[in-house]
Design a binder for this molecule. Structure first.
Ligand code: FES
Length: 148
C-alpha cells in the first residue's frame, strides 16, 4: 500500500491489520517511534496523522488511508520540532528518554493548535503520555518555553 511518511511517498508491503508502529519500526526502519505498552495506554508510540496525535500501536496500517504520517524523525526536521528539541535539551527534560519522542509529538500537536497553552491545556494534551521517570514538570516548562 502507498503511504506518505514524513513528506515522502513510501510503498509498504504489509498486512492491513499490522499496527502502524510495527510497520514504521520493523518494515520501514523508523525506530524513533517507541513501543511502550502496546495497548494504547502510554503514548510512547505517538505519531501524527494529518497533524493529529494517534497511537501507532492501536492504528492498523489499513486505517491510515491517505493521511500524512509524521514521526519523530519528521518532526525533528520542522521548525517547531527543532524549537521543542532545543527546549527539551536546555531544560534537561529527558531522564531515560524512552518516552520523550512520544512526548514531543504530543507537545507539537498541542502547540500547533494552541500556541499559548495554559497549564490546563498542557495537562489535558499531555495526560495520555506517561513517563516512568516523572519528567512532567520539566515537560511543562519546556512547552511553556517554546510557547514564549
Ligand atoms: Fe502505544 Fe503504549 S505503545 S500507547
Amino acid at each position: 500500500m502507498q503511504m506518505n511518511i514524513n513528506g515522502k511517498p513510501v510503498t509498504l508491503e504489509a498486512d492491513g491489520d499490522m499496527p502502524l508502529l510495527w510497520a514504521l519500526r520493523d518494515v520501514i526502519g523508523l525506530t524513533g517511534t517507541k513501543y511502550g505498552c502496546g495497548a494504547g495506554l502510554c503514548g510512547a508510540c505517538t505519531v501524527h496523522l494529518d497533524g493529529a496525535p494517534v497511537r501507532a500501536c492501536q492504528t492498523p496500517v489499513a486505517d491510515v488511508g491517505t493521511a500524512k504520517i509524521t514521526t519523530i524523525e519528521g518532526l525533528s526536521a520542522t521548525d517547531l520540532g527543532r524549537k521543542l528539541q532545543a527546549a527539551w535539551a536546555a531544560l534537561d527534560v529527558p531522564q531515560c528518554g524512552y518516552c520523550q519522542g512520544g512526548q514531543l509529538m504530543a507537545a507539537a500537536a498541542l502547540l500547533r493548535d494552541t500556541p499559548k497553552p495554559s497549564d490546563d491545556d498542557i495537562d489535558a494534551a499531555m495526560a495520555g503520555n506517561l513517563c516512568r521517570c516523572g519528567t512532567y514538570t520539566r515537560i511543562r516548562a519546556a512547552i511553556k518555553q517554546v510557547a514564549g
